[in-house]
Write a protein that binds this ligand. Structure first.
Ligand code: UD1
Ligand code: CA
Length: 452
């Protein structure tokens, strides 16, 4: 049967105490709802319908790229009411999988098992056993162990409240039957809401079997209502990502202190020290070593390169066998060839640096083309900005830039040229020569002022 996914995301999330709608609260740097959509997509559904309400356009705008059908639930009258908004757009012969926008850690494999149990004559719910089931709907089973109803916490009697198997809210069911049951829902209950969970008793009454599939871990079905639970899912996500890297051969010094917020591709024998954040798309070659307190966002790093402590690398391409940092900053568009050294307090932006060049201390390279075998002395600045426009600096192969040079762009330093320390270079410096710009050193007789 073709699959349609319905994601419920209209709830307000009062307990977040935030201006940001609940489903947009970030998990690993992305809105929670995006994680749910990604998981749903892995199941290859015919369509994904997102029921939204609170936060309205903000939610839609934040996920404008997502291939989903947005369904507005202007007023929230319960989970059953929410699903009612989406079903008119779903063909009768589809299976409907219902997910929550605030349950972001469910794995596609778990949902696959739920779908395996669903059919014309069978409805499947995902349940979980909790040591503290308070607040959740409870799964009621008859003496033969067959599920016959779900009762909400607020409608449950003492005996029912003692049941530890709870409804996660995730459910898979045939569209035709669901449409009929939804149209028969009433809101005569403790909360005056249309409960989706009431379809379970209706299914049983119509002679269908209800299967409760137990979630493999409570973490997978953890719902996020407040910032404490948000931190809990973040920690689970962190652990899962770090474990996946370790299983693939990466040495992670402390999995609790590595945050992967995106996709990491890596070679063999990669080592990652503590307090590292890898964001977006990160590619690490064989034997790359990353020191402590490093942030890498959307970068590709070549084999054998070492990134030392406290460095920040963004949208950069780093070749093999480079040494970066400590305290280095690679800004977007830094492209380093092989064996390049970028040292402490060096910033590189939108610049190409050739093989074996060294820029080791206190330097700014912006909008520059640096050849190979170049040595850039401490405290060098490419003055790329005239207050209105950016200009490029070109430095030829084998050039040596003395410390404290100001290279006022647009300017070219030729191959094998040498620039004297402290020079302000405003005109092209020819290849092979020593160019310097320096006022004459004088020594005067002089009396230091004294304090009165
Ligand atoms: C629901 C289940 C309960 C289950 C629990 C698991 C019902 C009646 N109860 O209870 O059995 O144990 O989830 O967390 O289904 N939503 C809408 N529109 C609405 C109402 C809710 O989109 O009108 C969305 C919410 O944003 C949320 C989800 O549906 O993502 C669940 O709603 P919530 O109010 O948290 O349900 P519970 O009362 O906790
Ligand atoms: Ca809830």
């Amino acid at each position: 049967m073709p699959l349609s996914v319905v994601i419920l995301a209209a709830g307000q999330g009062k307990r977040m105490k935030s201006d940001l709608p609940k489903v947009l609260q970030p998990l690993a740097g992305r809105p929670m709802l995006e994680h749910v959509i990604r998981c749903a997509r892995e199941l290859g559904p015919a369509a994904i319908h997102v029921v939204y309400g609170h936060g309205g356009e903000r939610v839609r705008d934040a996920l404008a790229e997502a291939p989903v059908n947005w369904v507005l639930q202007a007023e929230q009258h319960g989970t059953g009411h929410a699903v009612m908004q989406a079903v008119p757009g779903i063909p009768d012969d589809h299976t409907i999988l219902i997910l929550y926008g605030d349950v972001p850690l469910t794995r596609p494999g778990t949902l696959g098992r739920l779908l395996d149990r669903t059919g014309e004559t069978c409805l499947a719910i995902l349940s979980v056993k909790l040591t503290n089931p308070a607040g959740y709907g409870r799964v009621l089973r008859d003496t033969a162990g067959r599920v016959y109803r779900i009762v909400e916490q607020k409608d449950a009697n003492r005996k029912e409240q003692a049941i530890d198997e709870v409804n996660t809210g995730l459910m898979a069911v045939g569209a035709r039957a669901l449409k009929t049951w939804l149209s028969n829902l009433s809101n005569h209950n403790a909360q005056g809401e249309y409960y989706l969970t009431d379809v379970v008793a209706m299914a049983v009454k119509d002679g269908l079997r209800v299967e409760a599939v137990l979630a493999p871990t409570a973490a997978e079905v953890l719902g996020v209502n407040d910032k404490i639970q948000l931190a809990q899912v973040e920690a689970e996500h962190r652990r899962f990502q770090a474990e996946a890297l370790m299983l693939a051969g990466v040495t992670v010094v402390d999995p609790a202190r590595l945050d992967v917020r995106g996709e990491v591709e890596h070679g063999r024998d990669v080592q990652i020290d503590v307090n590292v954040i890898l964001e977006g798309r990160v590619k690490l070659g064989d034997r790359v070593r990353i020191g402590p307190n490093v942030v890498i966002r959307d970068c590709e790093i070549g084999a054998g390169t070492v990134v030392n402590a406290n460095s920040l690398l963004e949208q950069s391409l780093v070749g093999p066998d480079c040494v970066i940092g400590p305290f280095a900053r690679l800004r977007p568009g830094a492209r380093l060839a092989a064996g390049v050294h970028i040292g402490n307090f060096v910033e590189v932006k939108n610049s190409v640096v050739g093989d074996g060049s060294k820029v080791n201390h206190l330097t700014y390279l912006g909008d520059s083309d640096v050849g190979s075998g170049v040595n850039v002395g401490a405290g060098t600045v490419t003055c790329n900005y005239d207050g209105a426009n950016k200009h490029r600096t070109t430095i030829g192969d084998g050039a040596f830039i003395g410390s404290g040079a100001m290279l006022v762009a647009p300017v070219t330093v030729g191959e094998q040229a040498t620039i004297g320390a402290g020079s302000t270079i405003t005109k092209d410096a020819p290849a092979g020569k020593l160019t310097l710009e320096r006022s004459k050193q004088v020594s005067l007789d002089w009396k230091r002022p004294v304090k009165k």
